[in-house]
Design a protein around this ligand. Structure first.
Ligand code: C2E
Ligand code: MG
Ligand code: MG
Length: 298
């Protein structure tokens, strides 16, 4: 009986994780260890904020033309004494389900602004891009919260961007569009993340105020080996360019992918080829600041 309710719970969380209007199916073949892990994550997550279990790692975003990395993406990390290292793919949807995402999302924005301020103060200014959950957009206080963080850390809006996912925007298009417009008008970047993973991408480009498009790893994976993939990526990039949007390719792992992206005129590359997400101290050591004229290790 207990196992059954745990399985139902896991199926429901999985359905939420995959997006709206999905059915969760109980899969008896899933190992019990996976249910136990999910239960552990649900139990440990509420204390993680108070016990300083979270940190941000930063992954460089490389300007393909110059080789410099004037910006980074902030990626949440959680290290728990019992659960060990837990990846965002395991805990973000749990935080969304329990409502904790609001406090956690605010902590992320504040910490990213604090770090961007530290970099600016030591002469290695980097813009920081922060992932925003659909629920943060739905709550309606995002614009106010972001302005409060910028003010608290005296950070210029040009040093902050947000990344929203397609599902984030779809749930309430009019409200999302108004908030994104307000952020853009204030000089904050707004990127559509994981572009190419949902069916409504093209209509969203028309509806949403955006400054950039992040092309999902699945679109980028085989551009150097499969001509059809390269054609599809070129088409997505042409749409972005026609709308005046900056393009970022996600999940770049090989030089040959980077060469294709360069040929296609993609603006920015992100991926293990350039650097993995790093704690701020390692990033300081590994990367010369753009103002020094230095280039990354890629
Ligand atoms: P994302 O925003 O699309 O972030 C990119 C993910 O791809 C990151 O995974 C990054 O580590 C991974 N990645 C980057 N380059 C490569 C590569 O070359 N190869 C491969 N295989 N992977 C690469 P991560 O850090 O596990 O984050 C997963 C997702 O969790 C993120 O996807 C984002 O949707 C979500 N997430 C992370 N931090 C936050 C946060 O602070 N708030 C919210 N709401 N979501 C977050
Ligand atoms: Mg992202
Ligand atoms: Mg992405």
């Amino acid at each position: 009986m207990k196992t059954c309710s745990r399985q139902a719970d896991a199926a429901m969380l999985q359905a939420k994780h995959e997006g709206k209007r999905r059915l969760g199916r109980i899969d008896p073949s899933l190992p019990a260890s996976r249910f136990a892990r999910q239960a552990l994550i649900r139990r440990r997550l509420p204390q993680a904020l108070e016990s300083a279990g979270f940190s941000l790692h930063y992954q460089p975003l490389m300007d393909i033309r110059t080789g410099w990395c004037p910006a980074v993406e902030a990626l949440l990390r959680w290290e728990d004494p019992e659960a060990g290292r837990v990846s965002p793919d395991e805990f973000i949807h749990v935080a969304e389900h329990t409502g904790m995402i609001h406090a956690l999302g605010l902590w992320v924005i504040d910490e990213a602004c604090a770090q961007a301020r530290r970099w600016a103060d030591v002469g290695t200014a980097r813009a920081v891009s922060v992932n925003i959950s659909p629920l943060q957009l739905a709550a309606g206080s995002l614009v106010r919260d972001i302005h409060a963080c910028l003010q608290r850390h005296s950070l210029p809006p040009s040093l902050l961007s947000i990344e929203i996912t397609e599902s984030a925007a779809i749930s309430d298009l009019a409200s999302a569009a108004a908030q994104l417009r307000a952020l853009m008008d204030a000089g904050i970047g707004v990127d559509l993340d994981d572009y190419g993973t949902a069916y409504s991408s093209l209509s969203l480009l028309r509806e949403l105020p955006l400054t950039g498009l992040k092309l999902d790893k699945s679109l980028v994976d085989t551009i150097d080996t499969d001509p059809t993939s390269a054609v599809l990526l070129a088409a997505a990039m042409a749409s972005a360019k026609a709308l005046g949007l900056k393009t970022t390719a996600e999940g770049v792992e090989r030089e040959s992918q980077l060469a294709v992206l360069k040929d296609l005129g993609c603006d920015t590359a992100q991926g293990y080829l350039i650097a993995r997400p790093l704690p701020p101290a390692d990033l300081d050591n590994a990367w010369a600041a753009p103002s020094d004229g230095g280039q990354g290790p890629a």
